[in-house]
Design a protein around this ligand. Structure first.
Ligand code: HH2
Length: 293
């Protein structure tokens, strides 16, 4: 199993760590910490040193009540960070649901589009379809960050998330986007209550049955606070536990804030899984070569 992205073919035989870079003043767990370009670029370098396989750069928070930005402002925040991070030697993902921001980011050279709206905004799908190799992450949510908390009535949350993701992936395939470019994400915390998030984790194999790699974002989320009683700045151990549960149930990409700790946890998980399993670098991510445009 692999994920084809613009410059890199990411081998998913072992789980991969996607480090979060929020260039925002208002993200739920690290808002304001890397809001300036210089700080965000330093953060990118640190995450790569800590073992991140992929960097996910976002300029707009998705937390309930976050400020909604226009295209220009979102792009202004992330452009210098993308520009600099392109030389770090790891795949770069842009976390956006805005078609114009996707277009500019792809033009600048990013490898992956991570869209919490699963390319549903008018024009988004066409932008990815027009590109010959960029990877894409399709996430499930209902509504938008301002309405999602009131949209949590499901007859069977796992069935509905699976159906949505299956349909979106099929739409992309019809538009000519190869299956190897697509990964799916249940969208933990997006229009879901804690018990629904946990049910999705327990029954993750129903999502894997769709046949695409799964990316999961448990890092520091509220459900972990509900389980442990811990505030957001003390949820790292809980995040690691959720991440390991997710990979042992087949998830392949972990979207995390705490890269070093997650990499260590994965090393131990992997070493205990079989001989010859030690890994110290990001081997297995191959430069596809010659595909950039
Ligand atoms: N979660 C967040 C943002 N983007 N993308 C994917 N694919 N999956 C997720 O679970 C996901 C996501 C929210 O986390 P964070 O980026 O830390 O916060 P904020 O949106 O407040 O910046």
């Amino acid at each position: 199993m692999h994920w084809q992205t613009r410059r890199f073919r990411i081998d998913l035989d072992r789980p991969r760590v996607m480090g979060i870079v929020n260039v925002t003043p208002d993200s739920f767990s690290d808002g304001g910490q890397h809001a300036e370009a210089a700080g965000a670029i330093a953060h990118c370098k640190r995450l790569v040193d800590e073992g991140a396989d992929i960097l996910d750069i976002g300029g707009e928070s998705t937390r309930p009540g976050a400020a909604v930005l226009d295209d220009e402002e979102e792009w202004r925040r992330i452009a210098p960070v993308i520009q600099d991070a392109l030389s770090l030697g790891v795949p770069l993902s842009v976390d956006t649901c805005k078609p114009e921001v996707m277009r500019r980011a792809l033009e600048a050279g990013v490898d992956i589009v991570n869209d919490v709206q699963a390319l549903r905004r008018p024009g988004a799908l066409e932008i990815l379809a027009a590109h010959d190799s960029a990877g894409v992450c399709l996430m499930h949510m209902r509504g938008d960050p301002s309405t999602m908390q009131g949209l949590t009535d499901y007859a069977d949350v796992v069935a509905e998330v699976a159906q949505f993701l299956g349909e979106r992936a099929a739409r992309l395939r019809e538009a000519g986007i190869a299956a190897e470019r697509i990964v799916l994400d249940p969208g933990y915390g997006f229009a879901k209550q804690s018990e629904q998030n946990l049910q999705l984790l327990r029954e993750q194999e129903r999502l894997l049955a769709l046949g695409y790699p799964l990316l999961v974002g448990w890092s520091r989320k509220k459900t972990l606070g509900d389980v442990t009683g811990k505030p957001v700045d003390q949820r790292m151990p809980a995040s690691i536990a959720a991440a390991l549960l997710a990979v042992s149930r087949g998830a392949r990409i972990l979207r995390v804030h705490d890269v070093a700790a997650t990499v260590d946890a994965l090393k131990v998980w992997h070493a205990g899984d079989g001989p010859g399993a030690l890994f110290a670098d990001n081997s297995g991510i191959k430069n596809s070569g010659g595909r950039s445009q």
